[in-house]
Design a protein around this ligand. Structure first.
Ligand SMILES: [Fe+2]
Length: 397
């Protein structure tokens, strides 16, 4: 058996790690940073902390504070233009996935001329090296601090696409769990479920290997132990915050080679077409995904169910195993108060008219370039069934 795994970039992990950012800039020979974030990060006081550390070190910082959710290409191009106009020599992405993805795109555009759409694609995209990029997550979920590319909304086609290649590479991820303590429970819940999706989907991906499996398994265990605690008592329970930050980074590394599959493919479509937040959009079909993959990987799905305390007989059937994992994840989603498909205000007919075709098309496009992640044959009927099943899940009762 052959397998390949690469951890895309170094990570500095630990409470208080953000205070090293000035030293890191000096280490890279940089003097002027573009700090990329959104209004919420500013309001939470996190942008001031980072910019303060940079200025205290005698270095310069300019802000791009207009990050949009599910970053549209035009917004990323605006950040890239600011970086070029200001002559920055480092980009710092501060926030959730959208801030980090915008920062990755801005980095690309410093040495690769716009429009950004020239660089859309999953693998094999050629971009020129650019300035250093430090990303600092303020949520525990996306794992973008250790993935080799970013996700951007292609506004022309109304779909989410990847930017990757050397021009988008992260130089250093700084993961400071203290930055997550003031996250509201709803965001802790949805981003935490994103982390769980990364861990469990990459573990059951057709591209999974031993290395990604180790990361996905441990990440799953951490989410099972800490997510509900972080949602309920995130201000005081630093241990839970640290556990979730670790789980998010493990999930990011695990999916870097193995990728996610069904829940993310559906979640991406829900995000691009129906503006459902990423974590919610992926979480809403994770229980069903477990049922679908259990017949292919019963031992893996058994492990996931057992992480959540489910006890299964040694001779449990794949269906029983899938159902146990389904129930465990559904119960977690319910406990942390995430909405169901109905609770998200979605319309079943509209979903069925759009999402199955979109997911099948994306799977076929990926297969054409040799990327197959979904461990079962992808048909319109399969996706329709997952959506119908998730639709009937009554989490709010
Ligand atoms: Fe995700």
């Amino acid at each position: 058996m052959q397998s390949i795994f690469s951890a895309p970039n170094p990570l500095l992990f630990g409470s208080g790690a953000v205070k090293t950012i000035g030293d890191k800039m000096k280490e890279y020979g940089c003097k002027k940073a573009l700090v990329v974030y959104d209004k919420g990060i500013k309001l939470a006081g996190l942008a001031d902390i980072v910019i303060g550390v940079i200025r205290d070190a005698g270095l310069e910082a300019v802000s791009f504070d207009e990050v949009q959710a599910d970053p549209p290409d035009w917004s990323v191009e605006k950040a890239g233009k600011l970086a070029v106009d200001e002559g920055v020599d480092i980009v710092i992405g501060l926030g959730g996935g959208s801030s980090m993805d915008t920062a990755k795109g801005a980095k690309v555009l410093i040495t690769n001329p716009p429009p950004l759409k020239q660089y859309f694609g999953r693998e094999g995209v050629v971009t020129k090296p650019s300035v250093p990029l430090i990303v600092i997550p303020t949520t525990a979920g996306t794992g973008s601090e250790c993935t080799p590319g970013g996700t951007i909304t292609d506004t022309e086609r109304g779909i989410k696409v990847n930017i990757s290649g050397v021009g988008a590479q992260v130089t250093l991820g700084i993961v400071d769990p203290e930055l997550t303590v003031n996250l509201p429970p709803a965001i802790t819940a949805s981003t935490g479920m994103d982390a769980l999706c990364h861990c469990t989907e990459s573990y059951t991906s057709k591209r999974a290997n031993y290395f990604s499996g180790v990361l996905g398994r441990d990440g799953t265990k951490l989410v099972a132990k800490y997510l509900a605690r972080a949602v309920k008592n995130g201000r005081e329970d630093i241990e839970a915050r640290e556990g979730m930050s670790l789980a998010a980074s493990l999930g990011g590394m695990a999916m870097s080679g193995a990728f996610c599959h069904l829940s993310h493919d559906i979640g991406r479509s829900l995000g691009a077409k129906f503006h459902v937040p990423h974590g919610n959009g992926c979480a809403v079909t994770l229980p069903q995904t477990m049922k679908v993959v259990a017949p292919v990987y019963p031992e893996k799905v058994r492990y996931i169910a057992e992480c959540f305390g489910k006890e299964l007989a040694a001779d449990a059937t794949p269906e029983e195993i899938g159902q146990a994992a389904h129930d465990a994840i559904r119960d977690l989603v319910k406990e942390i108060g995430l909405p169901s498909m109905k609770g998200l205000g979605l319309d079943l007919d509209e979903l069925l008219a759009v999402v199955p075709d979109e997911v099948v098309m994306q799977a076929e496009m990926s297969a054409k370039i040799g990327i197959v992640t979904i461990p079962v044959p992808v048909t319109k009927e399969l996706i329709e069934n997952i959506i119908r099943d998730a639709w009937n899940e009554a989490l709010e009762d």
